[in-house]
Write a protein that binds this ligand. Structure first.
Ligand code: IMP
Length: 190
């Protein structure tokens, strides 16, 4: 099967490609196929948004489409930023701005437990789809550590890796990440 990854986030595309290496005949990014799609994520949950992204790309291709929607859920913030993770500090917020806001919201809080959550959808050309889900637990540090990855990675201390995702190599992160787990969960269903 040939697959298109429905994401404009280069970091996500790189991670997904790495994790799915050898599992599909060919894996394309949107730019490989010259597809421009930036659907508005209007759903209130990860699955809804992953389906919006997958369907908007499916309109441009006959290949199967893989979409991911993911985010950070912080216990003491009742699951925020959740589906708003990419735009926590505003519509076109940078990773730095989102991280700053998160640190502000957690100032003085003792409970720093959080998890990354990912839902992936594989949408077939006939409109049917398969869903995979994954998560990884950790804690939000009081300052950033490491320069790898993207998004909240430098603030997210993984209990399993005993370091932040920002300090981890891509291989280490892919060994435990929410996205890797969601993709593994999807593969078991295919
Ligand atoms: P999406 O493109 O709507 O799925 O946005 C996901 C957002 O959640 C990203 O922009 C990041 O802020 C955050 N996020 C999701 N996965 C990760 C990750 O693996 N590391 C760091 N941040 C992540």
């Amino acid at each position: 099967m040939e697959l298109v990854i429905a994401s404009n986030n280069k970091n996500k595309v790189r991670e997904i490609r790495e994790i799915l290496q050898g599992k599909f005949e060919a894996i394309y990014s949107l730019s490989d196929l010259g597809i421009h799609s930036d659907a508005e994520e209007t759903a209130s949950d990860f699955l809804g948004n992953a389906l919006i992204k997958a369907r908007s790309v499916a309109a441009f291709t006959d290949k199967a489409v893989l979409a991911d929607d993911s985010g950070l859920a912080v216990d003491v913030l009742c699951g925020a930023p959740g589906v708003f993770s990419a735009r926590y500090a505003g519509e076109h917020a940078t990773d730095d701005q989102n991280n700053e806001l998160l640190l502000k919201k957690l100032a003085g809080k003792e409970d720093r437990n959080a998890k990354f959550i990912a839902t992936v959808v594989l949408l077939y050309p006939n409109g049917t789809y398969v869903v995979g889900e994954g998560s990884v637990e950790g804690a939000i540090l009081e300052e950033k550590k490491g320069k790898s990855g993207f998004g909240y990675d430098p603030l997210f201390y993984s209990y399993e890796l005993k370091k932040t995702f920002g300090e981890a190599t891509e291989e280490e992160k892919n060994g435990v990440s929410h996205r890797a787990r969601a993709l593994e969960n999807l593969l078991t269903k295919l």
